[in-house]
Design a protein around this ligand. Structure first.
Ligand code: 16G
Length: 169
């Protein structure tokens, strides 16, 4: 498939990526009507999200220049349904000579589309984007136990010197 040959041109993701079945592109407001939120529900709870609420949040992310890169996979043959997503967030720091730290967030592939390497493709694209275009000095992510080996295949590993801690509200 075209995916295997694709490499991020200038890492700008200016061109959409097609093959016969799927289109990979940045999130758009219209995706609200094509199952984007329902897809996110396969990852975690989302509560009630109205169209206006979604649009407002979308515009907030967009206003943060060079910070949020939300990719989606559209199923061309299935009424443009959104069947995959992943986000790269670039955090600006003072440390390490005003460095940028990347995080991979909210990765979901629709349960009916798993096993086609679509998740790996999204991670690879965002990792390349973070490394080459955004100049991240590191990119990290958190995941459930059963996904550790998947992310290891994408080049992510445990770090001895860091632990992940969390407080929930
Ligand atoms: C996973 C996700 C994270 C997401 C969280 C939601 C990846 C790599 N990790 O950790 O991005 O925000 O689940 O779960 O996709 P929560 O609602 O329990 O925080």
């Amino acid at each position: 498939s075209i995916f295997k040959e694709y490499s991020l041109k200038d890492c700008k993701l200016k061109e959409n990526i097609y093959d016969e079945k799927y289109l990979i592109r940045p999130l758009a407001i219209i995706d609200y009507n094509h199952g984007y939120i329902e897809l996110l529900r396969q990852l975690t709870e989302c509560g009630t999200i109205t169209y206006n609420g979604f649009k407002q949040r979308f515009n907030q992310l967009k206003q943060c220049l060079n910070t949020y890169y939300v990719l989606v996979i559209e199923d061309i043959n299935s009424d443009k349904q959104i069947v995959g997503t992943a986000t790269l967030v670039c955090e600006k720091k003072f440390i390490r000579q005003l460095s940028i730290r990347g995080r991979i967030e909210d990765v979901v592939i629709h349960d009916r589309c798993r096993g086609q390497q679509l998740g790996k493709l999204l991670i690879d694209l965002l990792t390349e984007l973070g490394r080459k275009k955004c100049d991240c000095y590191k990119i990290s992510l958190e995941c459930k136990d059963h996904l550790v080996s998947f992310y290891q295949k994408c080049g992510y590993n445990y770090e001895d010197k860091q632990n992940f801690l969390c407080q929930r509200f």
